[in-house]
Design a protein around this ligand. Structure first.
Ligand code: AMP
Length: 424
């Protein structure tokens, strides 16, 4: 299918072309026609599927072609500032020729510019719930003209405790409206909210559970103590472009990023204790090539939209399969391939089994050739019976040892090669 077949306004189509898209992704193919009919939509889709354009293109089409009253006509609620910025940026890109105006609203930054933008007039508001409620209470925003409401990553909003805020906001939006509801998963609370606010919705569902097929997954059994050296050894010996590393805590993200920097890698942390400005700088630096490696926590990494991430490395196992799906959703995007490496220690066995159920296949165990795992490695490998056929000795997987191919290689300032046999 081609975008031209979707009957989008020529100005919106020009935005799509400028973004370099040629054909719609499956969720866009399914959702755009129903949103254009004015129907409510329940979209079960994870990040990386093209869901932002799936709702934003028909919204831009509607606002550009149907005259409406002055005021905020579309409200998009998102759980994090990063996701709000990403949606706003996509809106600006796709809507460049429409003259529609969009603003982001979130906390942690000076509210003045937001209030001034609202005063000047905007048609589209992309907001995180907390700060939006502040503006509502202060009378700085009028939502009585909203025609389309979008809830993006509703499950994450629930995780972050935003559902009461969302319900409060709903009281300020007209009951007669179109509602588009997106979530990667459907826990009970989310289903209840969806039932409450959607009217006769059309459900569109894309790869709801399994991570993108373009990602290959591997486990690296290692003791917690040796993780840092394993990461360094891996970075030395593996062909990587942009690498996103996930840690369990903000503290671990900060320290690991510092250690990588000390060793000459162009790395930055991305974690919740950083100011909004510093977080944005980290994301921009990663996107623009200033950093090759971003070390992030789950929450801080939500909504980062950086294409061409070649590797996601789970330095620490995520807490849930859903978190795994979200982390991995950062690579293998839009038809590119990516690799997902997960460091596993003894305590992660149950999670490994859940992941294998999710993926429907055993995940390959790998060992980095030449790396000194220390004595604990044999004990630290989760070995469920079904994988007894997996090799016990370090296999020589070519993907872990190959050198950088010229086309993915990015200049990386680095100190002289370290040996990986040192303890640390
Ligand atoms: P999303 O799921 O909205 O976060 O989008 C994931 C990535 O896919 C973003 O980098 C988009 O720019 C990109 N994308 C969205 N739609 C298309 C498309 N039709 N063709 C190619 N890339 C796309």
């Amino acid at each position: 299918m081609k975008f031209e077949q979707l009957s989008l306004d020529a100005r919106v189509l020009a935005g799509v072309k400028a973004a370099g898209y040629t054909s719609p992704t499956p969720i866009q193919e399914q959702a755009i026609p129903v949103v254009m009919q004015g129907r409510d939509v329940l979209g079960l889709a994870q990040t990386g599927t093209g869901k932002t354009a799936a709702f934003m293109l028909p919204i831009l089409h509607r606002l550009a072609t149907q005259r409406g009253p002055r005021g905020v006509r579309a409200l998009i609620l998102a759980p994090t500032r990063e996701l709000a910025e990403q949606i706003h940026q996509a809106t600006a890109d796709y809507g460049r020729q429409t003259r529609l105006r969009s603003v982001t609203i979130y906390g942690g930054v000076n509210p003045r510019p937001q209030i001034e933008a609202l005063r000047r007039g905007v048609e589209i508001v992309v907001a995180c719930p907390g700060r939006l409620l502040d503006h509502i209470s202060a009378g700085a925003i009028d939502l009585s003209k909203v025609e389309v409401l979008v809830l993006d990553e509703a499950d994450r909003m629930c995780d972050m405790g935003f559902l009461p805020d969302v319900r409060r906001i709903l009281k300020h939006v007209p009951a007669r409206r179109q509602t588009l509801f997106f979530s990667a998963t459907m826990p009970d609370e989310i289903r209840t909210l969806a039932n409450d606010i959607l009217k006769n919705p059309v459900t569109v569902q894309i790869g709801m559970i399994a991570p993108a097929k373009t990602v290959s997954h591997a486990l690296y059994p290692v003791s917690d103590k040796r993780k840092k050296d394993l990461l360094l050894a891996m970075l030395e010996s593996t062909a990587t472009a942009r690498v996103l590393v996930f840690t369990r805590t903000k503290w671990r993200a900060r320290n690991l990023a510092r250690d990588l920097e000390k060793r000459g890698y162009r790395a930055s942390a991305l974690q919740g204790n950083m100011t909004q400005n510093r977080r944005q700088q980290a994301i921009d630096g990663f996107r623009d090539g200033k950093y090759d490696i971003l070390v992030a926590t789950d929450i801080a990494a939500r909504g980062i939209d950086v294409s061409e991430i070649s590797h996601v490395i789970n330095f620490d196992m995520p807490d849930t399969v859903d978190a795994y799906t979200h982390r991995i959703g950062r690579t293998g995007r839009a038809h590119q391939s990516g690799e997902a490496f997960t460091f596993v220690s003894q305590n992660d066995e149950a999670m490994v089994r859940s992941l294998e159920r999710l993926l429907g296949d055993p995940i390959e165990r790998r060992h980095l050739p030449g790396f000194d795992y220390g004595v604990a490695v044999a004990d630290s490998r989760p070995q469920p019976e079904q994988h007894s056929r997996q090799p016990q000795r370090p296999p020589s997987h070519s993907s872990t040892t190959r050198q950088k191919p010229a086309n993915t290689s990015r200049p990386r300032r680095r100190q002289p090669r370290r040996r990986y046999t040192t303890q640390g």
